[in-house]
Design a protein around this ligand. Structure first.
Ligand code: CA
Length: 229
């Protein structure tokens, strides 16, 4: 899951970003409305975390813009204003949820999980291909119920493939799911992560494989059970 965090207080932004990354999420940050608008235009995020009081205006004005690019983009407002009219205004303008500062990171994670479970959203709680299961709320993969430990980038590759499984995932889409704006991307780095992930899957006995569709992208497919052949 790739998150856009719009927050102007550097300490808050750094702490939130680190906590979300520790929980397996990819996070981009924007300190004001104009940089946030620029980031939204790329339409690569699965969730918007939005502070309201920003140096160049009210974060609430970004909700409409965000929905222009992705109609079902979940939005959680992070606000110092606990006053009821402000909260109602945010929800009226289409925010899915809000948290009043200060809040515990556990509470934010719980709200993100709750939003991810909503059936209208793209994100599903779990998905399976063969004997491989991916849990979108914990960002963990299991083979026959046994946890498959994966480094962060491999996990992000697998998550992106699971989100679109049954379809070929274009290389650029996969790249956007695995790297944030600050990452320096080497041209063959994505292929390296994919090939390591394929090996991890094979070594763990997963009956799922990543097919490389030349010039187009990648496809996660069930692999026939060799023991039955
Ligand atoms: Ca602020």
């Amino acid at each position: 899951m790739r998150i856009l965090l719009v927050e102007d207080e550097p300490e808050m932004a750094i702490a939130l970003c680190a906590a979300l990354q520790r929980h397996g999420m990819l996070v981009d940050t924007a300190p004001d409305l104009s940089q946030a608008a620029e980031a939204l235009r790329q339409n690569v995020h699965d969730l918007l975390l939005l502070d309201r009081q920003l140096p160049d205006g009210d974060g609430i004005s970004l909700i409409r813009l965000a929905r222009k690019y992705r109609a079902d983009l979940p939005v959680i407002m992070l606000t110092a204003r606990g006053a009821l009219p402000d909260r109602v205004a945010g929800l009226d303008l289409g925010a899915d949820d809000y948290l009043v500062k200060p809040f515990a990171i556990e509470e934010l994670l719980a709200r993100i999980r709750a939003i991810s479970r909503r059936p209208s959203q793209l994100v599903l709680p779990t998905a399976t291909v063969g004997n491989l299961l991916f849990d979108f709320s914990t960002h963990e993969a299991f083979v026959d119920g046994v946890l498959l430990p994966l480094p962060r980038r491999q996990m992000l590759v697998l998550e992106a493939l699971f989100l679109r499984h049954g379809r070929t995932v274009r290389r650029e889409v996969l790249q956007e799911s695995v790297y944030d704006f600050n990452d320096e991307i080497q041209s063959n780095a994505l292929d390296a992560h994919v090939s390591k992930l394929r090996r991890s899957l094979a070594d763990s006995g997963a009956r799922a494989d990543i097919h490389v569709i030349r010039g187009i992208g990648y496809l996660l497919k069930e692999r026939p059970d060799v023991r039955e052949e």
